[in-house]
Design a protein around this ligand. Structure first.
Ligand SMILES: NC(=O)c1ccc[n+]([C@@H]2O[C@H](COP(=O)([O-])OP(=O)(O)OC[C@H]3O[C@@H](n4cnc5c(N)ncnc54)[C@H](OP(=O)(O)O)[C@@H]3O)[C@@H](O)[C@H]2O)c1
Length: 254
């Protein structure tokens, strides 16, 4: 029987690239996102895949994915995520709550389901997709950055707890990656030099290596890795100011 991989956020970008690689490496892949048509197109190009259309901002959506994980999973990739760029006080608070729901609450619940399902067989890997945004406060993406900081703290703690069980928790922290993310979430991107960017395939390649390597935090790309180190040496307020300049202030700012 093929090993089973469940990938959220598989309808585009990084999640789709990871799902393709998992399929090519012999997994049966469960493709999760809201856009069922995009998932069906992807599934039809893969050797063994199924579509699970679910809105991870809803309780029912998370429950459906958790139930599929409980039926058996060797790899769970929690990649679905989004943010809302702008001055926090100007943003739609219902959408900010959805950011928390998808980026944090759904990931906590699906990780819980995965660890309980994997522990008896003493094998399995959960990869939670955080971001380089996890390492410093992110003005104009404040809620998004905080959700990714949560995932990094959460994942490292869990990976420690699971030592000796055969089950691992990896937190993946990509930097700027060319996908639909920037346009969908209003994140300025044109001002950044090309060397700042990675492709979704580069990130997916690093993810595949991370599944087989005993590391709690994985940062794709040496420049991203260096920047995560440097930020540890400056005061938090200064890191926030640098982050604001790097992100580029959205037009809605004061
Ligand atoms: N691109 C970057 O620069 C970058 C950098 C660091 C980290 N990341 C992280 O990488 C992950 C993937 O981002 P990406 O770059 O691939 O962006 P993307 O192309 O916009 O993909 C986001 C994925 O999340 C899914 N999603 C969003 N809301 C959802 C919901 N309510 N329920 C279910 N699925 C939902 C989307 O599917 P549907 O719309 O079909 O539901 C889509 O498949 C995210 O967690 C993001 O925070 C991205």
């Amino acid at each position: 029987m093929k090993p089973v991989a469940i990938v959220t956020g598989a309808s585009s970008g990084i999640g789709m690239a990871i799902a393709k690689r998992l399929g090519a490496s012999g997994h049966h892949v469960v493709l999760v996102a809201r856009r069922a048509d995009a998932l069906a197109t992807l599934a039809s190009s893969m050797a063994s895949a199924e579509v699970l259309a679910a809105d991870l901002a809803s309780e029912e959506g998370v429950a459906a994915v958790a139930a599929r994980i409980e039926r058996g999973a060797d790899v769970v990739i929690n990649c679905a995520g989004f943010g809302q760029a702008g001055v926090f006080a100007d943003l739609d608070i219902a959408r900010e709550s959805d950011v928390l729901q998808v980026n944090v609450v759904a990931v906590v619940q699906l990780t819980h389901a995965a660890l309980r399902a994997m522990r008896p067989s003493r094998r399995g890997v959960v990869v939670n997709v955080a971001s380089l945004a996890a390492f410093q406060p992110c003005p104009y993406l404040a809620t998004y950055g905080a959700t990714k900081a949560f995932l990094t703290s959460f994942g490292c703690a869990l990976d420690h707890e699971m030592k000796g069980t055969g089950v691992r928790v990896v937190t993946l922290c990509p930097g700027y990656t060319r996908s639909g993310f920037q346009e969908a979430n209003g994140v300025p991107a044109d001002h950044l030099p090309s060397m700042a960017w990675q492709t979704v395939d580069e990130v997916a390649e690093t993810t595949m290596a991370a599944i087989g390597a005993p590391r709690a935090i994985v940062i794709p790309g040496w420049m991203n890795w260096l920047s995560s180190l440097v930020v540890g040496f400056v005061p938090t307020w200064m890191a926030a100011a640098v982050s604001a300049r790097t992100v580029g202030i959205p037009k809605s700012a004061n």
